[in-house]
Write a protein that binds this ligand. Structure first.
Ligand SMILES: O=C(O)c1ccccc1N[C@@H]1O[C@H](COP(=O)(O)O)[C@@H](O)[C@H]1O
Length: 217
């Protein structure tokens, strides 16, 4: 199975096309005003339409209240909602049951107990995204964490790796963790919120070269 690649924080049609052309399986749209990658719901809906069925589209929310969550789902109609705050399993289950959408939950990994507690999302999230612990922002900071924690962990849910990935370190990250999905934002930018087409291509190429099935030689 090929590694799944999510390029997050896209805000232009050109960046979405670049991600798809490079072989991304998922793209992410961030609706969180404090983020340099924030897009309005109206803009997110346009970008979502542009992506169409060529790629799975995740809408990223951070501790959005029920009204905003419902509006975001209705306006944007993503394939996936990525919750990147301190949302509870009960809330995720409610949203998943009511929307029928795939639910992802990002968790900041500080230590082994954090990972152990991630099992409480079983039945509520289809995918866990292990990211660096929150700093001033809950994600999208280009910070990584101790990947050896993941290699030692007995995973109960499907999971992906996020946090500080870039074209130069993603091969090592895949080797160290065995992740089947990688998620990147800052590492494929030329400045915060500005995606770099060449870095997106380099990131995807590094992942594809790691995948034995798609290795060209
Ligand atoms: O991208 C953002 O601005 C963002 C804002 C708030 C929460 C999460 C955000 N992005 C997600 O964070 C991780 C790691 O990002 P990075 O590669 O370290 O920049 C990833 O899941 C992004 O989707």
């Amino acid at each position: 199975m090929t590694t799944q690649i999510k390029i997050c924080g896209l805000s232009t049609e050109a960046a979405i096309d670049a991600a798809i052309d490079a072989g991304a399986t998922h793209v992410g749209l961030v609706h969180f005003e404090k983020s340099p990658r924030h897009v309005s719901l109206e803009r997110a809906a346009e970008l979502r339409k542009h992506a169409g069925t060529r790629v799975k589209v995740a809408l990223l929310l951070v501790n959005a209240d029920p009204r905003l969550t419902g509006k975001a789902i209705g306006d944007v109609r993503p394939d996936i909602i990525q919750f990147h705050g301190s949302e509870t399993p009960d809330w995720l289950k409610l949203v998943g049951d009511n929307s029928g959408l795939e639910i992802w939950k990002a968790l900041g990994v500080r230590d082994k107990p954090t990972l152990a507690r991630s099992a409480r999302y079983a039945g509520a999230a289809a995918m866990l995204l292990f990211d660096a612990p929150a700093k001033a922002l809950p994600g999208g900071t280009g910070t990584s964490f101790d990947w050896s924690l993941l290699a030692e962990h007995e995973h109960q849910l499907p999971w992906g790796l996020a946090g500080g990935l870039d074209p130069d370190n993603v091969t090592q990250a895949l080797t160290d963790t065995g992740a089947k999905l990688v998620d990147v934002s800052s590492g494929v930018e030329s400045a915060p919120g500005v995606k770099d087409v060449d870095r997106i291509a380099a990131f995807c190429q590094a992942v594809r070269e790691f995948d034995p099935q798609t290795r060209s030689s």
